[in-house]
Design a protein around this ligand. Structure first.
Ligand SMILES: CC(C)(COP(=O)(O)OP(=O)(O)OC[C@H]1O[C@@H](n2cnc3c(N)ncnc32)[C@H](O)[C@@H]1OP(=O)(O)O)[C@@H](O)C(=O)NCCC(=O)NCCS
Length: 364
């Protein structure tokens, strides 16, 4: 059983919740972000729910778990709960930060401190799960030194009835737990824009346009992956934040800056940090071709990549007869590096040669 300690963590104090916290607990739980990512929170969240949370806490401690209020500057800033360790010494961790305290490292600091404390009290493994769309939750896990272990597909049901995928993280007692900076920083609220073209992280609302674009014959002709269903593409769009935050890929919609309309898709993939290399890939809807949109999109993504990441080489592969794509790459500063013979499988069973391109990080 955990002792009912007060834990001090930099500017934070973690202490058992008290009835005076009830009003603040209502405000932090009756919040759209909390409701979105903690589907088991009552909605609407009322005063009686907060009182029950506080009054049940002693029983939870008796049963081997821990329930904490996080306080900063004497004011409630969040909640944190640790499950009773199982027979193998593994505990589950969950947390919530009040809207007025977010974005200041509260969750990462508290998660790290309570995990270290649990290791001092018989726990050998602390687990944490974050929904793939919960970018802040994912970042907290990386910053608090947790290691990604895998994904649980359709693990929990959300309020809208849909089952969501979760990423599983854990920290083990005794292992180093460095805070991991994102290899591909997510452009928070961010967009890349040159006044004509706007790049925005792909979202589930883009899935329909994206799906229709992939089915377009002139796009399908150069795709090496077979077309998926609309559901596959919705799922893919839900993964944008996770792929980005975990450094696997950056996925962006290309929009007409004037109207906001979806014009195409551009991505950085095959990210290889040891080589400092990633591959760019893109497609544009026919109605937006012939206006320099893709050259602008490639330039925006290349400039962002060299400004915000440690990548040194951005490569591209094109079918040798895809002259429109060759022109885009040339205008965006790529150079031809060679030919991979019979690399690209075609739908008719034959294989096409792949022209290999690269642009290098500009010398300072
Ligand atoms: C997840 C949550 C606890 C984060 O609390 P927090 O105190 O703001 O977290 P931190 O300040 O320690 O870190 C937040 C990180 O997410 C990033 N972040 C937050 N919102 C983001 C967004 N919409 N897009 C991209 N990044 C975002 C912050 O920049 C920060 O990243 P950094 O460490 O690289 O700078 C809080 O958003 C919350 O209570 N959400 C609802 C409940 C929940 O999701 N619980 C966790 C379940 S896993």
């Amino acid at each position: 059983m955990f002792p009912r300690d007060v834990i001090s963590a930099g500017p934070l104090i973690l202490r058992p919740p008290v009835e005076d916290d009830a009003e603040a607990i209502v405000k932090m739980c009756d919040d759209p972000v909390a409701a979105r990512f903690l589907p088991s929170l009552p909605r609407p969240y009322e005063h009686d729910h907060a009182l029950a949370y506080v009054r049940e806490a002693p029983g939870r401690w008796e049963a081997g778990a821990a329930r904490y209020a996080i306080a900063r500057g004497g004011r409630p800033a969040g909640l944190l709960w640790l499950g009773a360790p199982d027979r193998w010494g593994a505990s589950d961790l969950g947390f919530l930060v009040a809207p007025w305290a977010r974005g200041a490292g509260v969750a990462a600091t508290a998660a790290r401190a309570v995990t270290d404390w649990a290791f001092d009290h018989g726990v050998r493994r602390v687990e944490l799960q974050s929904e793939v769309e919960n970018v802040a939750g994912l970042r907290v896990a990386y910053r608090a030194g947790f290691v990604e272990e895998g994904r649980r597909r359709e693990a929990r049901r959300l309020r809208d009835g849909r089952f969501a995928d979760y990423v599983v993280f854990a920290r083990l007692k005794g292992e180093a737990a460095p805070a991991v900076e994102p290899y591909l920083p997510f452009p928070r609220g961010g967009e890349l824009d040159d006044g004509v073209v706007r790049l925005t992280p792909m979202e589930p609302d883009d899935a329909g346009d994206f799906h229709r674009m992939l089915a377009e014959p002139s796009v399908a002709e150069y795709s090496v992956t077979p077309p998926g269903t609309l559901d596959d593409d919705v799922r893919r769009c839900r993964y944008t934040g996770y792929w980005w935050t975990s450094g696997q890929r950056a996925e962006l919609a290309i929009r007409d800056a004037a109207s906001g309309a979806f014009a195409g898709h551009i991505q950085l993939m095959q990210v290889a940090p040891v080589l400092g290399q990633a591959m760019i890939g893109y497609s544009l809807l026919p109605g937006f071709r012939g206006r320099g949109f893709m050259t602008r999109a490639v330039r925006l993504l290349v400039d962002w990549t060299f400004a915000r990441t440690a990548l040194h080489r951005i490569v591209a592969g094109t079918d040798t007869d895809n002259t429109a794509s060759h022109a885009v790459l040339e205008r965006a500063g790529f150079q031809r590096e060679g030919v991979h013979r019979e690399l690209l499988p075609r739908r008719d069973g034959t294989r096409a040669d792949d022209l290999h391109w690269a642009v290098l990080r500009p010398a300072r």
